[in-house]
Design a protein around this ligand. Structure first.
Ligand SMILES: Nc1ncnc2c1ncn2[C@@H]1O[C@H](COP(=O)(O)OP(=O)(O)O)[C@@H](O)[C@H]1O
Ligand SMILES: [Mg+2]
Length: 373
């Protein structure tokens, strides 16, 4: 089954981001969205093709879980773009599958250079940073700025080893204010802001924050039409809308639910929901993550999932005590449990509130029985 017709185009938003970067005063835009809410699809299937259609070169790099090798990822993607492969071909060769050592063509095309990932773990060779600057020079185009799409950029804020890369990247970009434009996405608002907001931030004032528009019911209608195109199954719009709302308008859940119904006409709406819930939990390892948490960490996670606020105040304490069936823990213990959730990547600050980072994990946590705490 071809899957492209399942993509819900975000045309207007892509056009407005591109217009700002191509014709407006901005060199950088940052987009925050929780995990699995469509950032990568937006970059690859909306923004990149639009940019290419308007004559921009587009380079995409994803930094998710690349703590040891973000510089290598970036060089690898530049090299790939230099070979003039299209982004579609590129999608087939995941950068994550890089060999431990690989060769890059230098930006002038005259020589090759070997990158050794093991070596990058321990330091950032000057020669690689120089190469980064040369690639930036090579791709810079004042008439049609090249678009750099840096996905999950906040990961660099977590990696001390990435500091020289971050500094070098900023310098290389500053030198090409009109020739290179950047979109940064991140699934941690806190970490993304650490990159852009404080005075001493490495990318201080480099990017303007844009809010990706929230998906609405036109998404559901589009997905229902996609289902109809691939499997003639008719299902109730009201059921689909209910699932969409119940799972926080999550595009992944909605799409999986419709596909499941398309493939299994015998399942009722509720049965399909249960099936997708358990498939998603298995795929993303929710039970394993849960098993590694203490009772108190679980209770704090549950309270966050229920958006109990303030989590350290009386309301939070009461809810946590109820879940644990004991007296409210002192705030320091709740704080320690929350810090652990943050370190594990499960929780994060959104504006002034603490929230779980993965909306699907959040939904799963809400269905845990009392005996789990
Ligand atoms: N525009 C869209 N149209 C249809 N489905 C989408 C769209 N955006 C996201 N999805 C669904 O959500 C899933 C997660 O999207 P993704 O872009 O990987 O999220 P993120 O990068 O924010 O973690 C996709 O695999 C797809 O199933
Ligand atoms: Mg992504």
């Amino acid at each position: 089954m071809a899957k492209t017709h399942w993509h819900f185009p975000r045309t207007e938003f892509a056009a407005s981001v591109l217009a700002q970067l191509a014709n407006g005063p901005l060199q950088g835009v940052s987009l925050f969205g929780p995990r699995r809410t469509g950032k990568t699809e937006f970059l690859r299937l909306d923004l990149a093709p639009l940019g290419q259609a308007k004559g921009h070169r587009v380079i995409y790099a994803n930094f998710w879980q690349t703590l040891d090798s973000p510089l290598a990822i970036l060089l690898y993607e530049f090299d790939f773009a230099l070979r003039r492969c299209s982004l579609v071909e590129r999608a087939r060769v995941a950068a994550a599958g890089m060999a431990p050592k690989f060769k890059l063509r230098t930006p002038d095309g005259a020589a090759e250079m070997e990158v050794d990932l093991a070596q990058l773990k321990w330091g950032t060779p000057e020669s690689h940073l120089l190469l980064l600057d040369q690639y930036c020079a090579r791709f810079s185009n004042d008439k049609k700025p090249t678009l750099l799409l840096l996905d999950e950029f906040q990961e660099l804020a977590r990696a001390a080893a990435a500091r020289p890369l971050i500094a070098a990247l900023r310098t290389s970009l500053e030198k090409r204010k009109n020739g290179l434009a950047v979109v940064f996405t991140g699934s941690s608002q806190e970490h993304l802001r650490i990159m852009f907001t404080p005075k001493q931030a490495p990318f201080y004032r480099f990017a303007a924050e844009f809010d990706p528009p929230r998906l609405d019911l036109t998404f559901v209608d589009h997905q229902l039409a996609a289902l109809h195109a691939s499997s003639k199954v008719e299902i109730s719009r009201a059921d689909a809308v209910a699932v969409f709302e119940r799972f926080g308008r999550n595009p992944l859940f909605m799409q999986r639910w419709l596909m499941t119904r398309g493939l299994n006409a015998e399942l009722s709406a509720g049965e399909a929901t249960e099936r997708v819930e358990s498939e998603v939990a298995l795929e993303f390892g929710f039970a394993d993550k849960w098993r590694r948490l203490t009772s108190l960490q679980r209770a704090v996670a549950r309270a966050l999932a229920e958006r109990v606020a303030p989590i350290f105040g009386q309301v939070g304490g009461k809810r946590i005590a109820m879940l644990l069936n004991e007296t409210p823990p002192p705030p320091q213990r709740t704080q320690a449990a929350l810090r652990r959730l943050v370190r594990l990547g499960h929780a994060d600050k959104w504006d002034t509130d603490w929230r779980l980072t993965d909306p699907l994990f959040e939904s799963w946590i809400k269905t845990r029985p009392d005996s789990d705490f």
